[in-house]
Structure formats: structure tokens, C-alpha cells
Design a binder for this molecule. Sequence first.
Ligand code: PMP
Length: 358
Amino acid sequence: MKDTDRFWSPALRGLRAYTPGEQPQGDGWIKLNTNENPYPPSALALQRMAEVVNDSLRLYPDPQALALRETIAGQHGLQVDQVFVGNGSDEVLAHAFMGLLRHGRPVLVPDISYSFYPVYCGLYGITCQQVPLDDDFRVRVADYLQPNGGVVLPNPNAPTGIVLPLDALRWLLERNTESVVVIDEAYVDFGAESAAALINEFPQLLVIQTLSKSRALAGLRVGFALGHADLIRALTTVKDSFNSYPLDRVALAGAQAALADQAHFTDTTQRIVASREWLATRLAALGFECLPSSANFLLARHPQRSAAQLQQALRERKILVRHFNQPRIADHLRITVGSQAECEALVDALSDLLAPIQ
Ligand code: PMP
């Protein structure tokens, strides 16, 4: 501890901040490490953004983000007061942890899930209770019935990619009625059913989505939450206490156009799902064991090779994949599904690396 650390808030001492995935400098990388979309964003969205990069930037953006929230509400059959928008789902999640999870009781999250959740808990002084997955890496909803200050489940789960059926979520929501249940649907568009359909039945349900993955706009930082108007009011209260402008003018324009461009969305998500299935088959042929993924990534292990060494060997070939130094998945690699050409380059590199033991 340095002498100047005494100036830090006690909440920050001992906090282990989240380590983001590598964003390499320079060209020529095949980036399969941070679950970005390999395809360009909607051309309509790019055009709308270019149209607002002008004198209009003198003016503040709409603090209510009304037009964007109306578009999102319309797409999910909800009212505008049931929609909250923020700078990426990370920010929306942070507001939910601060404003909606009860800090006196443990918040339940799967032990293998998005590693930001324990960080938010640490930041806001919440006890985080990590609930083990079953032997097949699945979330067992019956394990989430103990007294809690909230439940947070990514669906599909990350980094496993495994989806929880809506029936299982309904079962949990019928029983866990005294605390908020956050369903983080960052990857929902690659093969899961959205829990947004349950919002009008369950006032404790908050569904969070992002434009970073299926809409190919990770760089724009737009995420949103759907839920009962009173939950949304809590998030708005937190937001207004930090920064009363949820999104800038460029992000508002781009997000709205991207959400309206259904043709681009369908085309790119279908291509990614087709490449995921192709990649899973090819990895299996190379001896990998892959968990069944409904997301835009695969979690895979090779029984005879160290995941950390494979990651390093791929890196030397300018291919980035993710390795988590966490118990139970330390022998796995998380591989983002890239374009078909990128997936083929990965399979070629792995065939080469594994050749001596085949
Ligand atoms: N939730 C999960 C499960 C994620 O994997 C990610 C992306 N790393 C996020 C939320 C955050 O995404 P963003 O802030 O880009 O919307």
C-alpha cells in the first residue's frame, strides 16, 4: 500500500477492478476475445450518425432519450416509462446494482458468470454470493431460492453460452417475489428467448440488453433496461444523480437507426449463428469439448492441451481468444464467433498447433 492510498475511499481499498479483454494496437489481428460482432454496424445507423456530427453538437442531447426509448418500447410491446437507456449495459447494470439490489443481504450470481458482477458488489458494499453451476455447467434455478437481496443471471450465461429456458425463469420469478431479479440478456439475440415477455407479469423483473453484440455497436456504448415503471424510476434516479444525460446525440441517433434496421440484424445474427455451428463441429473434430452455446462465443477445452498455452500460441499468430484464470474454467478458452473467414483461420491455426499430438 502506498502512502497516498490513504486518500482513497475505504470502498475502493481491496476492490479488485474488472480487467477488460485486450484491445490490441495495430492491424492484422483476428480478434476473437471480446465477443464483438465481426460485421460492420447497420449502414443506416452509420448514415444517421454522420448526419448529426455537425452544428447540432452545440446542444445538449435529450435528457429523457425519448425517441430512442419509444423505439425500444415499441419493439418489446412496452410503455416508454418501462424503458431505461445508458452507456452500454455495463452502466445500466451498475445503476441496477446501486439502485435496486438490497444491500443488507447477499446478492446471488452464478459462480461462473460475468466477472463484473462481483466488482459492482464490491464497489457498492453488497455481499456477493456465488452459486455453483451444476456438473454440466448449467444454472439450477432451485438454488436461487435462499433469502437474498437480489438475483442476477446472464441469459445465455457468459462465458458458458448455455441458455436457461423461459419456463425456468418463470418458475424462479413465481417464487422469488421479494427481491429484484436481473436478467442480463447481452447475448439473447443469438438463440435465447427474451424474458421481456414476462415483464408485465412480474414487477420484480429487470431485463437488460445491449447494442454491443447483435447490433455491432460495442464502440457506441448503448444498453437498456426493461421493467416495471417503478424499477425504471429507480434507475433514472441513480442516473440523474451521476449525469443527467444518458446518451450523447451521436449515440441516440445511431442506436435508434440500428434498432430499426431489421434486415441488417437478421442477416448478421443468422450468419454468426451459422458460423458458430460450423466452428463447434470443427473444434469437436480437433478433439475439443465445447459447451452447447446459444451466444456468439464458444467455451471449449482440449483434454490434452493447456488452454493458457494454446491462447499464447494463437496470440503469436495474431489470433486473440480469451482465457479466464478461474477455477473450473481455467482449462477452457472462450472463443468469439468471428466472420466465417476468421473462424476458418482459427481452425487452420489450431489444426497446425495440435498436429503433433494427433
Ligand atoms: N453483460 C455480459 C454478460 C457481457 O458479457 C457484457 C460484455 N462484456 C456486458 C454485459 C456489457 O456489455 P456492454 O457494456 O458493451 O453493453
